[in-house]
Design a protein around this ligand. Structure first.
Ligand code: MEV
Length: 344
């Protein structure tokens, strides 16, 4: 039996534009998905999800998730969660050359589904790592990130970048541009998250930006402008000493760039009234900058504020269901328990 956890993330800069090869800087945060994989002596997969923002469900199936029995959970949420878990199992079977391996899988997650905090990437990364370890074939981190990307890519019909899965695998702050993925040493930034309790449909939102880009040249220019913002932010980060707290000036400059990034994402049609309301509440409370994080449409914003003012203000903002300070997660995928058995 093997248990692995992997972190969620916030985007300091660059979501959506990263789908078109522009750079992005996501940062892993201490909100984790934890997956336990135990080998079975048949080829079935049994999935128990204690908390995926669902009421909890248990499913057992053989072959693919398409053959699973009906369960009492809203179908779109179940499809989304099961799709990612199934893709992770397929990647693990392929990596370990064990096409008939069966697993009992348990998923627990502190990361709300579809809210821009990288829940699916964390489940896929932790799932592949746990399942390959249970098979006695642990993967090197880069291969884990690569397989997790392939799993997301497949479930999201080719509309995924490497950013979420690379960040969740490696932890810390990372830079992703196309296939070029690197880790960054950054000072610890004072992230505050606001969550509207909702979720966006990543596939639809990514497709919407694609259509806009095809239809209007302003949208292609906007995607490029986001890339420019990311490059500016990245050079501020790499010039800073990672060992000391960030200067007020650095936080302020990064915040300005986050504000511009949010405006550009709004122009691409991926913000929402609740996200804009939380962004403005954070700015008015004194945050140095605030933007939506992830695919948008609903879910979370991220703000930079060294003080408690943004959290306090968001707590009283209509439409904000939860707010918390998000610590940078230095560790990516992390083995929590490994009894190292290849035998069922
Ligand atoms: C979703 O968390 C981030 C997007 O840029 C899609 C992707 O990078 O795969 C919208």
């Amino acid at each position: 039996m093997t248990t692995v956890s992997a972190p969620g993330k916030v985007y300091l800069f660059g979501e959506h534009a990263v789908v078109y090869g522009e750079p992005a800087v996501p940062c892993a945060i201490e909100k984790r998905a934890t997956v336990t994989a135990e080998l079975r002596d048949d080829n079935h997969v049994r999935v128990e999800a204690a908390d995926l923002s669902l009421n909890g469900f248990v499913v057992e199936y053989a072959g693919s998730t398409a053959n699973r029995p009906d369960v009492d959970v809203p179908q779109p949420l179940l499809d989304a969660a099961m799709g990612y878990i199934d893709a992770a199992v397929q990647q693990a079977r392929e990596a370990a050359d064990a096409p008939d391996a069966g697993f009992d899988i348990t998923v627990e997650s502190e990361i709300p589904l579809g809210a821009g905090l990288g829940s699916s990437a964390a489940v896929v990364v932790a799932g592949i790592d746990a399942a390959t370890r249970a098979l006695g074939e642990p993967l090197a981190r880069r291969e884990l990130a690569d397989r997790a990307y392939k799993a997301e890519y497949e479930v999201q019909d080719g509309q995924a970048s490497r950013a979420d899965t690379f960040c969740s695998t490696m932890g810390g702050a990372v830079r992703v541009a196309g296939d070029d993925c690197t880790t960054l040493s950054t000072p610890t930034l004072p992230f505050v998250v606001g969550f509207d309790g909702g979720a966006g449909d990543t596939g639809k939102l990514v497709a919407g930006v694609r259509e806009l880009r095809e239809q209007y040249s302003f949208a292609a220019d906007t995607v490029e402008a986001i890339g420019d913002i990311v490059s500016m932010g990245e050079s501020l980060l790499v010039d800073a000493d990672p060992e000391v707290p960030p200067s007020d000036e650095l936080v302020s400059e990064l915040g300005d760039l986050m504000n511009i990034n949010h405006g550009l994402l709004s122009a691409l049609g991926v913000s929402s009234r609740s996200l804009d309301t939380m962004v403005w509440a954070a700015r008015e409370a004194g945050a140095e900058g605030a933007k939506l994080t992830g695919a948008g449409g609903g879910g979370c914003i991220v703000a930079l504020d060294q003080s408690d003012e943004t959290e306090t203000s968001l707590r009283y903002t209509p439409g904000c269901k939860d707010t918390f300070r998000a610590e940078l997660a230095d560790e990516g995928a992390r083995v929590e328990v490994d009894v190292g058995s290849e035998e069922a």
